[in-house]
Design a binder for this molecule. Structure first.
Ligand code: MEV
Length: 318
């Protein structure tokens, strides 16, 4: 059996986070500058079925059978095997690494799950479709995050910009006009599980306050779809700023995120907002090509600990 190597990108949400958990549409894009990788090497000498997982980033080097049922890496391997039901499981070592910042809204857990599911299914000789990879990654996400919407596993498994809405087929976006985005890491992080739970308790306490905010965020995401395809910067900028203001009202921003958003706008960004679960993690800023340098420098001066720039084009399809 040959060795296998797979890769899955990070992601950012451009519009609609949190509201997407409550049935609203949201737009996400893959970010290929960062990724999770999984490689599998067959262990011909070992007894059949012996699976070892090595993840140096988190100091893990263990046999699958010793990991808890809900272990994120272990559950990605187990769920893939349960899905494929291979007659024999040859012994193998799975190595996992990732350059995607953890708990910062860039989809690191979904990307790791996607890379593992692809590697294991390829290794077992039954490569899975993007749809099946996404469904399995969603199960892994559910074990980790409780109530994920499914947007992360979708955009990462398909590796294309898309509109996602629960209960509806996703729409892949064919971008006509490229746009430049800056992703700035605040250096603070809160696990998405926690921000999603905090929003849930706010929603349960004050549905009449939160529901209209979600409705407005959904309307923004619908509106942004065409503006994104056509590269309509003024419209996108306005929608980004409005989306950030609504996320503040949903109480998932932070002083630091607000400062970074303001720094991007002051430096000439067309629009900016937090991206992902919030209360830390990243902000995104939309910029014209001439502004990439200036806005990036200002964000670093304002305290961003890392900057990733990405060009959203129609050629993301691998
Ligand atoms: C996380 O990337 C986006 C959230 O909307 C959670 C989810 O959709 O599962 C905050």
């Amino acid at each position: 059996m040959a060795a296998i190597f797979t890769k899955a990108p990070g992601k950012i949400i451009l519009f609609g986070e949190h509201a997407v958990v409550y049935g609203q549409p949201a737009i996400a894009i893959p970010v290929t500058r960062v990724n999770a990788t999984a490689s599998i090497v067959p262990e011909i000498q070992a007894e059949p079925g012996l699976v070892r997982i090595h993840a140096p980033d988190i100091q893990l080097n263990a046999e699958l059978s010793t990991l808890a049922e809900n272990h994120p890496l272990g559950s990605a391997v187990r769920l893939t095997m349960e899905w494929l039901k291979p007659e024999d499981i040859p012994s193998f070592t799975l190595q996992v690494t990732s350059t995607i910042p953890i708990a910062s809204g860039m989809g690191s857990s979904a990307a790791i799950a996607v890379a593992i599911i692809r590697a294991v299914s390829d290794f077992l000789g039954s490569p899975l479709s993007a749809q099946d990879v996404s469904s399995l990654a969603f199960e892994v996400e559910r074990i980790q995050h409780g109530t994920p919407s499914g947007i992360d596993n979708h955009v990462i498994a398909y590796q294309q910009p898309l509109v996602f809405q629960q209960g509806k087929p996703h729409q892949l976006l064919k971008i006509d006009q490229p746009t430049h985005w800056i992703i700035a890491d605040s250096g603070e992080s809160t696990p998405t599980r926690e921000t999603v739970a905090a929003v849930r308790s706010l929603f349960d306490q004050e549905p009449e306050y939160i529901q209209p905010l979600f409705d407005s965020i959904g309307a923004i995401a619908r509106d942004a779809k065409d503006a994104l395809i056509n590269g309509n910067l003024p419209r996108l900028g306005m929608l980004l700023n409005q989306n950030h203001a609504l996320l503040k009202q949903v109480k998932v921003s932070s002083t630091r995120l607000d400062q970074l958003v303001q720094a991007a706008l002051d430096a000439g960004a067309v629009g900016a907002k937090l991206s992902g679960g919030g209360r830390g993690g990243n902000i995104i800023a939309l910029v014209s090509p001439e502004q990439v340098e200036t806005v990036s420098t200002s964000l670093l001066k304002a305290g961003a600990v890392n900057i990733i720039t990405t060009l959203l084009t129609g050629n993301e399809i691998p």
